[in-house]
Design a protein around this ligand. Structure first.
Ligand code: V0V
Ligand code: CO
Length: 149
């Protein structure tokens, strides 16, 4: 079901400050910065490696408001690891399969994620206390070209 770890999401109060910390300490490069209103976050992706079906990243997350998921997490637990995201070939299929095993899928349909991905979350209480995200990366450019030819 899982092809790779897509990203580790880290909750923080100040995105610029943590981008500086992670890029300097671990020599990582920021490859995307986005505001995702639906998820209530300002976020940045720092590239680590390329894997099957997509890359792997650290995702830094700053809440847009205190009542967003990341805002509530920061108030309750402080800064640190917020979620782990796994790459899947087909997010809708993975959602159905996991729901069939009794896991609460928090989204009724796939949502827009970072860098054009499709995402969905699983309830942390059903998977060992870890907020888990499923990520389907957008089709690679090479695949699009193959289809066109
Ligand atoms: C809450 N809990 C967690 C948790 N957040 N456990 C592990 N990791 C977390 N991040 C625990 C919490 O301590 C409670 O347990 C219990 O789950 C219910 O939490 P709550 O505080 O009562 O409920 P809420 O209202 O905070 O909701 C928690 C959930 C919510 C997980 C349902 O945060 C959610 O829907 N998250 C999915 C969306 C999201 O996180 N988006 C931001 C990332 P106790 O204390 O009762 O034992 S956006 C993103 O990653 C993007 C855009 C991307 O990758 O592209
Ligand atoms: Co994420």
């Amino acid at each position: 079901m899982f092809m790779r770890i897509d990203h580790i999401g880290i909750a923080c109060h100040d995105l610029d400050e943590k981008i500086a910390l992670f890029s300097e300490t671990f020599e990582l490069t920021v490859v995307a910065r986005e505001v995702n209103e639906e998820q209530g976050v300002r976020e940045a992706m720092l590239h680590i490696a390329d894997g099957e079906g997509g890359g792997s990243y650290i995702q830094l997350l700053e809440p847009i408001s205190p009542d967003s998921p990341v805002g509530k997490f920061l108030a309750k637990r402080g800064e640190g690891v917020h979620h782990v995201a796994f790459g899947v070939p087909d997010v809708a299929k993975a959602m159905d399969g996991l729901a069939g095993k009794g896991v609460r899928v928090l989204d009724e349909r796939p949502r827009h994620g970072s860098m054009g991905s499709q995402i969905a979350f699983l309830h942390p209480k059903d998977v060992g206390g870890m907020l888990t995200e499923l990520v389907q990366a957008p089709a690679a450019v090479t695949n699009v070209e193959t289809v066109r030819m």
